[in-house]
Write a protein that binds this ligand. Structure first.
Ligand code: HEM
Length: 328
């Protein structure tokens, strides 16, 4: 992780990456049809997003509506040509067999958040109708906040997230990639849980897996907290300094169908720390000392995207991937 500060003169305002946790979210992952007309539709849409968020959000000003729009590696090249954000690449898989962080298709991610699902739903409806048949939705998840910010597995989620300036420092690209300053990387994975098996564990066994107490969400003491706990394996140290990411996971599910899930979403200034966490969880640190949460949770999707700054997102509408300056 670079220590490079974000230049003071940066006018690249980030999209709504580090908003406060909201009660509802919609996650939509799409692929783009591979023809020039569909690409042109998506590019033009980039300039419409902010206006639609304003228009829908205005109807319930306290609802906290926001939207983050991000693009995958292949889509970036096809839609916008060169240059491409320095860290953008296809999702890297980790692990194998039962414990496998798989890669699945995804060209565009929409992360819509608000305190009311109707706001998220209305915005998603407008955004998707403008895209029409230029895209195919490959995954759509409607997430909800579970009581006092509990994850599906019953533990409070998001406690150790960075806040304020620290959140900006860990999520917003700065001088290390000046053309993409104000942007972020975002990695998503949809997990399904075996809740029957998880609920058979004692609370103490669950606490050793997460690394925190269940009722009051206190970190287990050193010496008690196993090195295989989720919290240990996702804590990264680089030259004595902790490297953080910003998460806003949401529970989702359909009890009538036995589906219980967590939609993991992590933002960072580079994909590297999120990928390191995945390696620690799925392969283990050291290898074999893996995250036991994965004995009860299966990743069924995995995508990496780049979130352009708000101003770049709007400007991308005018980008011509075939112009000599943008050719790969
Ligand atoms: C099965 C899906 C997951 C569930 C249910 C889950 C749940 C939790 C819970 C309950 C905590 C403790 C409270 C907190 O600090 O937020 C936590 C911490 C954390 N999780 Fe996850 N998580 C999941 C997947 C992931 C993945 C895939 C990553 C990274 C690639 C990740 C990264 C982190 C980090 C960085 C922390 C904070 C660690 C610390 O500083 O103590 N989580 N997670």
């Amino acid at each position: 992780m670079s220590d490079t500060p974000i230049p003071a003169a940066v006018t690249f305002e980030p999209q709504a990456v580090s908003t406060q946790a909201k009660r509802s979210a919609i996650f939509i992952v799409m692929t783009i049809k591979p023809d020039a007309a569909s690409h042109a539709t998506v590019r033009a849409w980039c300039a419409d997003i902010a206006g639609l968020v304003r228009a829908v959000g205005k109807r319930i000003p306290d609802g906290g509506l926001s939207c983050v729009c991000a693009f995958g590696c292949t889509a970036w090249d096809a839609l916008f040509g060169a240059p491409r954000p320095a860290g953008l690449h296809p999702f890297r898989e980790f692990g194998a067999g039962e414990r496998h962080a798989i890669a699945t298709p995804g060209d565009i991610l929409l992360h819509i958040r608000a305190d009311q699902m109707d706001l998220c739903f209305e915005l998603a409806t407008h955004l998707m109708s403008r895209l029409g048949d230029a895209v195919t939705t490959v995954d759509e998840v409607h997430g909800f906040r579970y009581f006092d910010q509990r994850s599906m597995v019953g533990f409070v989620d998001g406690t150790e997230n960075p806040v304020g300036n620290e959140a900006v420092h860990f999520t917003v690209v700065g001088e290390e990639d000046p053309q993409f300053a104000g942007g972020s990387y975002v990695l998503v994975q949809k997990y399904l849980h075996d809740m029957a098996a998880w609920n058979e564990l004692s609370v103490e066994a669950q606490e050793r897996i997460i690394g925190r107490t269940k009722l009051d969400d206190i970190e287990l003491a050193d010496g008690v907290k196993p090195t295989s706990s989720h919290s240990s394996l996702t804590t990264l140290d680089e030259n004595g300094e902790e490297v953080k990411i910003l998460r806003d996971n949401m529970p989702f599910g359909r009890p009538g169908s036995g589906e219980f899930g967590t939609y993991f979403i992590g933002y960072a200034r580079s994909p590297a720390p999120i990928e390191q966490m995945l390696e620690n969880m799925f392969v283990g640190r050291p290898p074999g000392n893996y995250d036991r949460l994965l004995d009860f949770s299966r990743a069924v999707t995995g995508c990496l995207f780049f979130v352009p700054s708000a101003s770049l997102l709007e400007a991308l509408a005018e980008r011509d991937p075939n112009a000599p300056a943008n050719r790969n």
